[in-house]
Design a protein around this ligand. Structure first.
Ligand code: NAD
Ligand code: DAU
Length: 336
């Protein structure tokens, strides 16, 4: 394959580039990324000299550049990770979410159509389904009911992907995964924020009562699922990805604090996120039965490995937690 991986300098994208170089070293991987605040080439330092890996800095909304890159590298497959990904930022700055996530996706699809790309894979999210009560799971047929500007932009993108399948017969897939955790996770998100704040002796902000539930999956398990969908996904199909690992936020925060041997006094309940979804939980039956995907990591060891990764990569996260990040942090948490 000659793959265009958009957003490959972010959290999941960079893990996916590593995954592809490791398991499919004969494939060409072109990482196309705008390097927004969330994109970081440090995530790819160890593979930057690999003969089949290339990096191009660019916006997925820039049609001419995307077309040029597709021709230049004879791309036959596109995997779109590129997006504004943080729910809290979508509440204060929704415009960029519509531009990058909706218009960017439509631009990529249009280039893919014009260039006769073999497969287009959209990396979507369980958040497009909205929020669950205490029972039940999201399946691929659960109606879309996004609640945040972020999830609304991702749901809009999914509908455009669907339209290109129905209208033009393009070979597309959509994956909808639950919350990922693991190495290179940007420290605005709950797990890396709490790990790094705890290491710095800072307060650990828990929104509302802390009883919201997320369904956590180790990022490499997500990458393996994407790899399978790329190779075996049936045209036009959506695949939910999740490992039946529901946790309350407060339990995750306490686990991290205890693992690091810090005081639970650092935990601070703060104002709730606007429109905060209560519970996400994925039913992964379809990908398990049709594509024989199974998660390989369990949460207890995965979270310990992840905490250790942050302990071992202090330079990585300390560099991020300065400048623009601190401006964002002060605005978001009113902290010094
Ligand atoms: P991230 O914020 O860490 O990375 C996003 C990457 O996209 C960055 O490298 C950024 O520079 C790049 N980017 C943003 N806008 C761009 C644009 N206009 N053009 C080119 N590049 C651009 O995000 P992530 O957590 O790695 O998520 C990746 C994808 O997976 C997103 O589409 C997200 O919706 C989806 N997803 C994330 C999770 C999760 O738990 N993090 C779960 C399910 C799905
Ligand atoms: O479900 C998949 C989604 O998971 C992805 O589509 C998103 O891109 C990704 O960011 C993630 O969204 P969440 O909003 O679930 O992740 P976040 O880490 O921001 O928050 C996880 C939970 O923790 C959520 O209930 C809000 C809460 N939270 C978050 C932060 C940043 C806190 O209590 N305090 C915080 O400071």
């Amino acid at each position: 394959m000659k793959l265009l991986v958009t957003g490959g300098a972010g959290f999941i994208g960079s893990n996916f580039v590593h995954h592809m170089i490791k398991f499919h070293p004969e494939d060409t991987v072109v990482n196309y990324d705008l390097l927004t605040y969330a994109g970081n080439l440090e995530n790819l330092k160890d593979i930057e000299d690999h003969p089949n890996y290339y990096f191009v800095r660019g916006n997925i909304c820039n049609r001419e550049l995307v077309e040029y890159v597709v021709d230049r590298y004879a791309i036959d497959t596109i995997v779109n990770f590129a997006a504004e990904s943080h729910v809290d930022r979508s509440i204060t700055e929704p415009d960029i979410f519509v531009k990058s996530n909706v218009l960017g996706t439509q631009t990529l699809l249009d280039v893919a159509k014009g260039k006769h790309i073999n497969k287009y894979l959209q990396i979507s999210t369980d958040e497009v389904y909205g929020s669950l009560g205490p029972d039940g799971y999201f399946t691929e047929t659960t109606p879309l009911a996004p609640n945040s500007p972020y999830s609304a932009s991702k749901a809009s993108a999914d509908l455009i992907v669907r339209a290109y399948y129905e209208t033009f017969g393009m070979n597309v897939n959509i994956t909808r995964c639950s919350n990922n955790y693991g190495p290179y996770h940007f420290p605005e998100k709950l797990i890396p924020l709490v790990v790094t704040n705890a290491l710095e002796g800072k307060e650990l902000p828990v929104y509302g009562d802390g009883k919201n539930i997320r369904d956590w999956l180790y990022v490499e398990d997500h990458c393996a699922a994407i790899d399978l969908v790329l190779h075996k996904g049936k045209p036009g199909e959506v695949y939910n990805v999740g490992g039946h690992n529901e946790k309350r936020n407060i339990d995750i925060v306490e686990l991290i604090v205890d693992t690091l041997g810090k005081s639970r006094d650092l935990i601070k309940h703060v104002s709730d996120r606007l429109g905060h979804d209560r519970r996400y939980a994925i039913d992964p039956t379809k990908i398990e039965t049709e594509l024989e995907w199974k998660p390989q990591y369990n949460f207890d060891s995965g979270i310990k490995e992840t905490i250790q990764w942050y302990l071992d990569h202090e330079e990585w996260w300390r560099k991020i937690k300065s400048g623009e990040y601190m401006d964002y942090y002060r605005k978001q948490y009113g902290a010094k």
